[in-house]
Ligand binder design. Structure first.
Ligand SMILES: NC(=O)c1ccc[n+]([C@@H]2O[C@H](COP(=O)([O-])OP(=O)(O)OC[C@H]3O[C@@H](n4cnc5c(N)ncnc54)[C@H](OP(=O)(O)O)[C@@H]3O)[C@@H](O)[C@H]2O)c1
Length: 283
């Protein structure tokens, strides 16, 4: 029996999107190679390439024999640019990049960073697909300890609505594209969940599911930034988070699209199901 060699490389394969993409590709018998820093944490079913975005030699080793890359990472520009450059050196034909509401003049540092990466990808000449996602409900896990301890959470998104996109639906969209990438070249998909929700809706869903009141404690982005820094977040991350929450309050994340369903054939997951599935984390 011949063993099919993987022709898809998934970066960030221990992360939320990458691990699910590997799982889906493996289940669809489309073998993937998983780039991981620690082999013991690699997802099952994939060939493993141990590597680090900061070590181009490890990226080059991971790229051998690869046609298509799913580029997902914390999106530090120099690191993703290193992956793109390595892919170019190895004749990769298509890169599917997970990104956000990137723009070169965004007040949010990490969105400007994403714009730099996107510009580099477009200039590389490799066929590309951008998966521009709204915020992930998985971010709510960061609030879980506070919900557990205080039956409430602090947030600076006001009454802004968000088209929360489950990271697993981002992975499903990516896996669908990676299976037959050519028709998706030079396309940008907007990935969102099925509905617009506010953090008051999050509090209401948690209240209903847990059976006791969970309070949404509103604060300003400035105060929220200080609280996040006190809680141990690195300052640049806290600053970007607070800026993004402030933008959400102004309606910046109130966008929806049908792209998840058109790509995967399935309705995207909503907030209610997400909380029901993960209630143990908040209880
Ligand atoms: N969170 C949101 O709401 C949101 C919304 C829209 C778009 N996005 C985009 O989604 C992407 C993040 O996806 P995600 O949530 O799946 O990421 P994630 O769960 O934070 O995972 C990050 C992955 O990158 C790996 N990694 C970090 N540094 C590395 C290095 N130096 N070398 C090799 N691997 C490294 C991590 O490996 P380790 O396990 O070894 O750390 C992990 O596998 C970003 O582009 C972000 O802009 C996020």
């Amino acid at each position: 029996m011949t063993v099919q060699q993987p022709n898809v490389l998934v970066t960030g394969a221990t992360g939320r999107v990458g691990s699910e993409a590997v799982r889906l590709l493996t289940a669809a018998r489309n073998p993937a190679r998983a780039l991981v820093r620690d082999a013991s944490r690699a997802p099952h079913g994939a060939e493993i390439a141990v590597g680090d975005f900061d070590r181009p030699d490890t990226l080059d080793a991971a790229m051998r024999g690869i046609d298509t890359v799913l580029l997902v990472s914390p999106a530090v520009p120099a690191q993703e640019i290193a992956v793109i450059d390595s892919a170019v050196r190895h004749g990769v034909t298509h890169i599917v990049k997970v990104t956000s509401k990137a723009s070169a003049d965004s007040p949010v540092d990490r969105r400007r960073g994403q714009a730099r990466i996107e510009a580099h990808l477009l200039a590389s000449g490799v066929a590309y697909t951008l998966l521009r996602s709204n915020a992930y409900p998985q971010n709510l896990f960061a609030l879980a300890p506070m919900v557990k301890q205080t039956r409430g959470f602090l947030m600076s998104a006001g009454d802004g609505r968000v088209g929360l996109t489950d990271a697993r639906d981002v992975a499903a969209a990516a896996a669908a594209i990676l299976t037959a990438p050519a028709p998706h070249a030079a396309k940008t998909y907007l990935l969102t969940g099925p509905e617009l929700v506010t953090y008051a809706d999050v509090a209401r869903e948690l209240t209903d599911a847990l059976g006791y009141p969970v309070e949404y404690r509103r604060t300003s982005p400035e105060d929220h930034r200080s609280v996040m820094i006190l809680a141990g977040l690195p300052e640049p991350v806290a600053t970007s988070n607070a800026q993004a929450f402030g933008l959400i309050a102004q309606g910046d994340a109130a966008w929806l699209s049908d792209d998840v369903e058109s790509l995967t054939g399935d309705r995207p997951r909503g907030l209610h199901a997400f909380i029901a599935e993960n209630l143990g984390d908040f209880a």
